[in-house]
Ligand binder design. Structure first.
Ligand code: PMP
Length: 286
């Protein structure tokens, strides 16, 4: 089956889908995006992802390209046309096409919008979760507003590639004070020896992950305590468990950091429980 993409008002074959060379997303990374899980053909946490999109666009002063209701229709139609049962839907909005110039283009310039969807086998991620993943650490060299979900992901790309070349799956960014901010495409968590969940407070130094937010609710239901504060790499190594969260990973155990084992070096019960209960708490759209 051929894939279909939505580009600026049209559904087009994926291999012919294109934006203009002077799209500001291409030239300046002047745009934002969202990735939403699809399960059983339905979007997970659409409401929260759309709220974050609205916030990201507002922070960089790009107008919503269409109403949320219309966007919901496009997302569903893209999922449907690609026959995605389990997988992800990707949405990107940029400041549009204009002659290359740093200043914002004329306000009449329409934002560009692209939506794609692809299938992913959830059993693969489940198999990975039984093994856990390794992470490396790297200095956080990103800009000061990573709370905005912009397509400017070069530091994340370089960090994740370094992780891959080191035989790891994720890179944890570490700030100038030696505290973990987040992963290249995930939020970072530990479980302390006294059973508390710790994840960094959602300020400008991290993206407030939708999965992070939902996991806090899952933790509450499981009667686990959550502390929002920064932690260091030595603290993570001395923890009972570590894990990362994202729409593509749910809760994924971290068993090694820079080659050293976390706790007993095996996935632990807290990450497993959070993973198992995630979809009971996430909002699954119609
Ligand atoms: N941090 C970063 C840098 C990310 O790219 C992502 C995934 N987009 C996350 C955290 C996790 O966010 P979410 O749970 O909304 O997928």
């Amino acid at each position: 089956m051929s894939r279909i993409a939505y580009v600026n008002g049209q559904y087009v074959p994926h291999d012919q889908a294109a934006v203009h060379i002077e799209d500001r997303g291409y030239q300046f990374a002047d745009g934002v995006y969202e990735v939403c899980e699809v399960t059983g053909g339905r979007m997970v946490d659409e409401r929260r992802h759309m709220a974050r999109l609205v916030r990201s666009l507002g922070e960089i002063r790009i107008a919503m390209p269409m109403s949320l209701a219309a966007l919901g229709v496009v997302l569903r139609e893209t999922i449907r046309r690609n026959r995605v049962h389990d997988g992800f839907v990707y949405l990107q909005v940029t400041r549009g096409v204009a002659r290359r110039d740093h200043y914002f283009p004329d306000p009449s310039t329409p934002p560009s919008i692209v939506v794609t969807a692809r299938a992913a086998d959830p059993r693969k991620a489940d198999a990975q979760a039984l093994q856990g993943i390794a992470v490396i650490t790297t200095p956080d060299n990103r800009w000061g507003r990573v709370d905005i979900k912009t397509v400017g992901l070069l530091p994340n790309v370089l960090a994740k590639q370094a992780a891959k070349e080191a035989g790891a799956r994720e890179a944890w960014f570490v700030d100038a004070e030696g505290r973990v901010t987040e992963g290249g495409s995930t939020n970072a968590w530990i479980v302390t020896q006294d059973g508390k969940l710790v994840t960094r407070q959602a300020d400008n130094a991290i993206l407030r992950g939708i999965t992070r937010t939902v996991m806090m609710e899952v933790a509450e239901k499981l009667q686990l305590r959550v502390e929002e504060r920064a932690f260091t790499v030595p603290e993570a190594l001395a923890a009972k468990e570590a894990f990362v969260t994202s729409a593509t990973n749910f809760a994924m155990p971290v068993v090694r950091i820079d080659g050293k084992p976390v706790g007993e070096g095996r996935p632990g019960p807290v990450a497993r429980a959070l993973r198992e209960h995630f979809h009971e708490t996430a909002e699954i759209a119609g």
